[in-house]
Design a protein around this ligand. Sequence first.
Ligand SMILES: Nc1ncnc2c1ncn2[C@@H]1O[C@H](COP(=O)(O)OP(=O)(O)OP(=O)(O)O)[C@@H](O)[C@H]1O
Ligand SMILES: [Mg+2]
Length: 341
Amino acid sequence: MNSAKVEKEIMNKQVVLNLKNFQAHLPTKRGVVRAVNGINLQITQGKVLGLVGESGCGKSITCLSLLGLTKEKGWVIVGKAQMQGKNLLALDSEEIRRIRGKDIAIIMQNPMAAFNPLTTIGQHFLETIRSHLSVSEKASREMATKYLGHVGLPQPDKLMKQYPFQFSGGMLQRVMIAIALAMEPKVLIADEPTTSLDVTIQRQILGQLARLKEKARTGMLLVSHDLGVIAQMADEVAVMYCGYIVERAPVEQLFNNPLHPYTRALLASKPQMQKKPLQAIGGQAPSLLNLDVGCPFLERCNEKNRRCSHYKQKLIQYDHKHWVGCAKYSAEQRMLNHGLA
Ligand SMILES: Nc1ncnc2c1ncn2[C@@H]1O[C@H](COP(=O)(O)OP(=O)(O)OP(=O)(O)O)[C@@H](O)[C@H]1O
Ligand SMILES: [Mg+2]
């Protein structure tokens, strides 16, 4: 598909956040940490894009760097993160502050960093509501208690007077979710929002997120290790490996017909009802400091061939909405293009 066609599709699908050749690198004394390596992702109004991949593959850095929230100074973030005609990467911190909360909200994997330790949960909540919506103090207080209740936090009135250090990480995440539910943002970035919750609360939160998507048509990027959560919530899934997106497809297609050997290995490591033995993915992902030429999955792949050692990661369109970045499919595509297959 040519780029004009892709752009048209993006417009038609009502893309609310469009990442183009998005990169996040951190120069360190030991070398450059290549955490995110030129990814392209679109988040569409009223849809959930699931983002999966092994620990350390760059999911959180993608979420944080979009909004200039990476903890350490020195991250080099390039490419585009386009939202409502603006590139988020080009905005200054004041402009970002203005759109955060109302237009784009984030639920962080480590939420403690998002809260001022000297401010109560209630003040946090009310400040966010009142800086974006013109509602009275009384009305915003009622909103806050209502939504804290929606995420299963008991005695919201009492919690409003407490400080972040009195909350667990999972509780702070639920406060962030409650704020997002109240603000109904256009885009919600949710980084492992249910990992530290027990199953009943998890179900409640997922129900609330699904309602937000229906009611406010919020487009979501949902990061989760839990493939069950992804299967339940996502419309489309992107698979990340070593800072690259290696496969992207509608959720059913990805689960029923995974193409990339890494995606297959990842799905084989998911518990099944049939009690098949779980398949761990052998070996280790290479260090992001030493991403040499060739496929980063090469050493762990049981389908590798001689093309893989000089393969340059690039997604090709395998099927209408199914994209994969693997030498095997690039070769097939080339043969098809030349009428040889
Ligand atoms: N300050 C830092 N210094 C060096 N490397 C870093 C730093 N911050 C992040 N990284 C590296 O960037 C990579 C991406 O980290 P990230 O937190 O995005 O992983 P993740 O996919 O979210 O993992 P998890 O599933 O465990 O949350 C990791 O390999 C990590 O080691
Ligand atoms: Mg993470």
